[in-house]
Design a binder for this molecule. Structure first.
Ligand SMILES: NC(=O)c1ccc[n+]([C@@H]2O[C@H](COP(=O)([O-])OP(=O)(O)OC[C@H]3O[C@@H](n4cnc5c(N)ncnc54)[C@H](O)[C@@H]3O)[C@@H](O)[C@H]2O)c1
Ligand SMILES: O=C(O)C1=N[C@H](C(=O)O)CCC1
Length: 266
């Protein structure tokens, strides 16, 4: 069976790679793209899109009504993604979300929309298999080490902080970690933000620099020892096998799954 795919954000760093990935897969067929306002002629000036033979829609509703599609992939920005994904699910088009920065409320609403429409949806904070394993190893380590800090590092064009990966890692760690106030009880920041963001006493630090792609280190501390679990994406190609996997998996489910770790084979 050929899976008919729509991609939102085809000119972006991730969208460009995703368009290529879909073009290279014999069982995937790109049938349309969604992009914010831009003339068709201009969009085709983008090298990765010059060979695109598919329509590019500004209006997601028009796209989902006009085009026959099986799977919608969103690689844009959170608010646009929420609108796109809601419309896709309401039109019973299975949805794969790579966009980070959705709020918990938005995720909950999408969960309800997916359920009401019995249409599969996968939200993956990180499509790189190594990053998913890093998160799972961190969850495992949290059984033994309640003291932990997360350092995530991304390119300086990233809009959201902390990263979706860091938020998901925090959630997984909290599932196993015994609540604990970390650090010295009298600890004081003499410069605001020095200790990063905090949730249940766990600190998250976000680094943004040119030259970086996507990196995270989870550091656990115990008596006389530390444990570092680290993952580096040095190329956006690292995300493509995960997107392919999610497109195939979303065809088999009829509700929302948040996190690739929930659908990986053990
Ligand atoms: N899940 C993962 O593994 C993973 C990996 C990398 C990036 N991301 C996330 O994917 C998203 C995109 O990242 P990127 O680096 O490609 O960003 P980018 O800025 O390069 O691309 C975003 C694209 O979205 C488009 N866009 C913005 N507003 C839009 C709208 N209203 N309608 C349609 N299109 C719109 C922009 O034109 C742009 O082309 C981010 O949220 C990022 O955090 C996720
Ligand atoms: O480049 C980005 O932006 C990335 N965002 C994701 C996140 O927020 O966790 C994952 C990797 C790349």
């Amino acid at each position: 069976m050929t899976v008919k795919v729509v991609i939102a954000g085809p000119r972006g760093r991730m969208g460009t790679e995703a368009v290529q990935m879909v073009a290279n897969e014999s069982n995937f067929d790109l049938v349309a793209c969604i992009d914010r306002k831009i003339e068709d002629a201009k969009i085709r000036n983008y090298p990765a899109l010059s060979d695109l033979k598919v329509p590019v829609f500004e209006d997601p509703e028009e796209c989902f009504h006009t085009v026959e599609a099986d799977v919608f992939i969103d690689l844009t920005v959170p608010d646009a993604c929420f609108v796109h994904a809601t419309m896709a699910l309401q039109n019973k088009i299975r949805t794969v979300i790579g966009t980070s920065g959705l709020t918990n409320n938005q995720i909950e609403e999408l969960t309800i929309t997916a359920k009401n429409n019995q249409t599969g949806c996968i939200i993956a904070p990180n499509f790189a298999i190594g990053a998913v394993l890093m998160m799972l190893f961190a969850k495992m380590a949290a059984n033994y080490f309640p003291d932990v800090e997360i350092i995530e590092k991304h390119h300086d064009q990233k809009l959201d902080a902390p990263s979706g990966t860091a938020v998901k890692t925090l959630e997984l760690i909290k599932e196993n970690r015994q609540p604990k106030t970390q650090g010295h009880p009298n600890e004081e920041e003499t410069m605001q933000g020095a200790r990063g963001a905090t949730d249940e006493g766990i600190h998250i630090h976000s680094v943004r620099l040119p030259g970086l792609v996507a990196h995270q280190e989870v550091i656990f501390g115990g008596s006389g020892q530390t444990l570092s679990i680290k993952h580096d994406s040095i190329d956006r190609k690292s995300f493509m096998s995960g997107i392919k996997f999610a497109v195939e998996k979303v065809m088999e489910i009829d509700d929302l799954v948040y996190g690739l770790e929930n659908i990986l084979d053990n």
